[in-house]
Design a protein around this ligand. Structure first.
Ligand code: TRH
Length: 383
């Protein structure tokens, strides 16, 4: 079965991150012949350094990666547009010209909002061509398409958690020795955030040593201000009292999980790192991608409601306090102590949540969905 995935990069790494993860999974776990069409190969090359941004076509990790502009309109059996991107016109026309229309799905953004339940799987006929596109929504309930998780993910996570040699290899790979047991290890992947300073202050004056692994990005500007430096460099370490900050260069996508597994608390952002933080089963803080008119805050509230539904009152308040401060550029430093106190509860809860969410697997659901639509098309065609 041939499957084409189309990805337009809006900004950052989330769009291409989801597409790359899905493409690898469909190719390597489900045996599809996958071609990923991307309009910005530079973004993809950050996630997979083997991708050469100057090549129009290349095979990487079992996936054919092609530049969007080289699309010549040879249609696959399954066509997956992502995040409502418009397909290349020649490709769309070629789809419409086929005797039997291909399966055409739009993979949407992840949301915990209830309206997703009513929209997942709905058909949307094209206004002028004999084609129908189907909406496929990732999500957190059985009424959605679920979340992307690789078949060997939990085995790999368990191996990392259990084998000290793997943990040591990770710390070695980022140029550090494995920290002592009493060090609180925090990973930080975020957008610019005025709440950062308060957090750094509280960590610097904390009773336990804190090590913060910061992934390079726009947050470094604020971090540099805190350390009263012009700029910070990946691979360097900066110290303020009890706080040690290590700047990490962007690592390839498969290795990002190790950062989350190695830390006790993870700050994540956007969409894909949010999902990975959930499966890492550690307490996490999500910075949602900011949108106009603050619509993202509704989305954030929906996730918080869903995530904390079975969490005890105190831990729930502690989590909400920090998440709200972090997303509103508020007093995150003040919210930290309650969060830190609730850590043991949050840890157990995160573990259970990960087990629960692993049941509804997006890759498998998408595969079954496409097969079903394909059978429907074949039946219509015969009739
Ligand atoms: O980069 P993001 O902010 O992406 C965002 C969101 O997806 C948002 O919903 C979307 O609308 C916007 O882009 C346009 O965050 P996200 O989604 O977590 O994607 C980051 C990807 O980068 C993810 O696949 C993990 C990966 N990653 C690495 O591969 N190596 C790294 O070192 C780090 C820090 C991340």
């Amino acid at each position: 079965m041939r499957c084409d995935i189309f990805c337009k990069v809006i900004d950052n790494y989330g769009d291409v991150g989801v597409c790359w993860r899905l493409a690898r999974q469909l190719a390597n776990e489900y045996g599809l012949t996958v071609c990923l069409w991307v309009d910005n190969l530079h973004s993809l090359s950050k996630l997979c350094p083997e991708v050469d941004p100057d090549l129009l076509s290349q095979c990487r990790r079992g996936v054919r990666v092609r530049h969007w502009d080289s699309c010549e309109g040879v249609v696959a059996d399954w066509v997956i547009g992502t995040f409502d991107c418009k397909l290349p016109q020649n490709y769309l026309l070629a789809m419409a010209a086929l005797a039997q229309a291909p399966v055409w799905v739009n993979l949407d953004y992840l949301s915990a909002e209830d309206w997703v339940h009513g929209c997942h799987g709905l058909p949307s006929p094209h206004p002028s061509l004999p084609l129908t596109r189907y909406f496929f929504f990732p999500g957190f309930t059985s009424q959605t398409g679920g979340l992307i998780v690789e078949h060997d993910y939990f085995e790999r996570r368990a191996a990392f958690m259990e084998e000290v040699a793997l943990q040591q290899a990770f710390w070695h790979s980022i140029g550090m020795v494995m920290p002592a047991q009493n060090v609180l290890k925090i990973s930080l992947f975020s957008y610019q955030n005025t709440a950062l300073e308060g957090l750094l202050e509280v960590w610097a004056s904390s009773s336990e040593p804190v090590l913060c692994l910061v992934s390079e990005g726009p947050i470094l500007v604020q971090l540099a201000k805190y350390f009263k430096l012009d700029a910070l460099n990946a691979g360097q370490t900066y110290v303020d009292a009890r706080l040690t900050v290590r700047i990490l260069p962007f690592v390839e996508q498969e290795r990002y999980d190790e950062i989350l597994w190695a830390c006790d608390v993870n700050f994540v952002r956007g969409e894909d790192s949010l999902v990975r933080a959930q499966f890492a089963a550690k307490p996490f803080i999500w910075q949602i991608y900011p949108q106009q008119d603050a619509v993202h805050l509704t989305k954030l509230a929906a996730f918080l409601d869903r995530y904390t539904a079975r969490l005890g009152v105190e831990a729930s308040q502690a989590l909400r306090g920090l998440w709200c401060a972090w997303n509103r550029g508020g007093a995150a430093g003040q919210a930290w102590p309650a969060f830190a106190l609730a850590r043991v509860n949050l840890q157990q809860y995160a573990w259970n949540w990960a087990q629960e969410k692993a049941v509804n697997r997006l890759g498998l659901n998408l595969l079954e969905f496409c097969e079903k639509i394909g059978r429907m098309h074949a039946f219509k065609n015969e009739g």
